[in-house]
Write a protein that binds this ligand. Sequence first.
Ligand code: PLP
Ligand code: SF4
Length: 343
Amino acid sequence: MPKPMLNKPAKSVANLAISWQQQLTQAITDPEALLLALKLKAEDFSDYSAARQTFGLKVPLAYISKMQAGNPRDPLLLQVLTQAQEMVTSAGYAKDPVADLDASKTPGLLHKYHGRVLLITTAACAVHCRYCFRRHFPYQTQQAGRDQWLQSINYIRQDNSIKEVILSGGDPLMLSDEKLDVLITQLEAIPHISRLRIHSRLPVVLPDRITDRLVQRLASSRFNVCMVIHANHASEITETEIKALKKLQLAGIQLLNQAVLLNGINQQVNEQIDLSENLYNAGVLPYYLHLLDPVQGAAHFDVKLDRALSLIKQMRSKLPGFLVPKLVREIAGEAGKIPANEL
Ligand SMILES: *Cc1c(COP(=O)(O)O)cnc(C)c1O
Ligand code: SF4
């Protein structure tokens, strides 16, 4: 393996003076192009073409610009590069590990937990994270088109125990500002809903998605709006992301982060501490640290439970309590995410 040329960001590949939609069309989908942008060689990796067939590679240049050129172990690269290990079949790993399909009440609506429903607003994401628990999700049947939103909205209207709507996907911020406005306006007309939550990785992988129009729409909503972003590593949060997140914070939007604990990416205590501190600098509190969902093709990312528990314990000894995320696992059929110390 060649010696990594450290401290040389791949910034030159990004041209950020264009709209977020244009940046999406320029996202890299070819593993060879990604390696080329990072001055890496195919020989540094085992075969990555087979994994593309099940779940394609996709990564925006804005995210690549935060990777270190010449480093085949870059923690951002390893989250997105298709790898041969994904083709390994592992016992105990499933295609729908959290049984989302059982919780689907109308196409695109999951009602698993009391008081809150999750809307799958789109199948699309700006980035394809290799460990994603929805990597095999049958979005064709679960994707809510605009008329299917109507079914979901009727479902929500008829159940006044629902207080909160979570926009998820895919990534809900892949929808245009116009479409989001239509959806939010429909939800605002349901009196028993008071909270709107948006689960998105876009503030981290495509920060230009945080348009002034989006910020204004969320700020003017009658809802208490919360955005749960998804950053796994401190180097995902740079000045650019901080700027975008600060706009949301100034608009009164509560910002939280969820991360997935990933072998080879963020399982070291110093990595988790740096992540929490960087998030806080951007106005974001750590919310969940998820143990990997056992999805087929992601077993190589797994961190064992006892290791994860000891990681949290070490974080607790070094950080204020509000910077220690809750370590959780999702278990099919349970009423909420399960704290790891109760597993
Ligand atoms: C994770 C999840 C939620 C939200 O759970 P919180 O513990 O409130 O963050 C809601 N619905 C579904 C289907 C989920 O998977
Ligand atoms: S952004 Fe979220 S839903 Fe999309 S691939 Fe990554 S983890 Fe999965």
